[in-house]
Design a protein around this ligand. Sequence first.
Ligand code: PLP
Length: 431
Amino acid sequence: MDSGQRPSDQTEKSESTVERDREAAALVGPRIAGRIARLGTETAFAVSAEAATFAAQGHHVYPFHLGDLNIPTPSNVVEASFKAIRDGKTGYCPNAGIPQLRAAVAADVSASHGLSYSAENVAIQPGGKPVIGKFILALMNSGDEVLYPNPGYPIYESQIEFHGGVAVPYGYLEGEHGFVIDIDALEAAITPRTRLLVLNDLQNPMGAECSAAEFEHLAELVLRHDLTVLCDEAYFDIRYSGTSASLASLPGMAERSVILYTFSKKFAMTGWRLGAAIGPREIIEVIAKLNVNDESCSNHFIQYGALEGLTGDQSGPRDIVSVLRERRDAAVGLLNATPGIRCYRPKATFYLFPNVTGAMRSKGLTDVEDFRRAVLHETGVSVCSRVHFGRPQPGESEQYVRLAYSGIDTPQIVEGLGRLKAYLAGDPSDV
Ligand code: PLP
């Protein structure tokens, strides 16, 4: 792997970053550091606020906007966490996590990926999200280029730019059964400065999934261009049919991949905040050192709950997936029966990314945010749109919204999407 100092480039880039920060400082305010101008956010939270305001005015809202779950955490996880509190697991614990949980995560991921990780390859984190910033801090020098998915989870771009890198987007195309990475464009975007690739297979917001051939193509590019990869696998276990696969499992990839693992989705533990970084020992040691400097350690007693989640009764995560499967089927069926909408049926994740170009045309709308607001106000159906997942790229002509079905029960899905269908079919009596 390129241990990577490129002295003259680095100096140039650092100076330009300093200058950019000085200029930015003038914009963000007198007391605020200039780098804050480069920090992004999750604009989807603004959609939640808008939906809450609309509901407070007395309207019924169908919440398809946020990727949170309204399903309880499995009771064995809850009980094991309470027991750990009662047993006094309330002090600090090792920065990289309790050894038993590190070993259990290593065993779980080794089994699902056909790899042989051990506890030293795992650094427990307060959620999956912190892995993104720590991966970038550990591996990216100022001015390095990082490939990231767009549409995609907005924190990648935010963290790359915040830490002085250059965020280089790659996009997706509509394939036969789902979205596929525009791999030719991705390849064309690689330059001598490209250091990292962020891959979110089983993707938010599109539900996209790489085929074996796409993984091979990506692995070949990673090796040829000496890249290191963040495999964001937040949805690896939210799977309805088939088997999840990982780029990290391909020959030569585990040595240059860090896997983002989370308890949030599989165990409906979003608010508990627990995840892990899994990868080569020397990178995991750096990430654990960042833990020391940041949160000291992840929540101690919750790690015992997570350990029970991984090693105890597995009916909890199975039930979560079967509830989500029913919701997916209801939502996909209704969306595809709605005029002007077409939607894939992803085999994993809890997101749908329907093409709404025709529906917008039928309402005389050209801006997808106008469409999103019209749908909220006319039907109560609250969704995110393409713009919440990164800046639209030149040449994009089709329009999309994102529905998350993790926080809404099937009867409400049926009612809400029934109203959407009536609205788009122009039948006001049904809305
Ligand atoms: N990665 C992706 C693609 C996500 O969608 C999310 C959450 O929505 C995360 C990472 C982080 O989740 P958490 O921090 O709850 O583990």
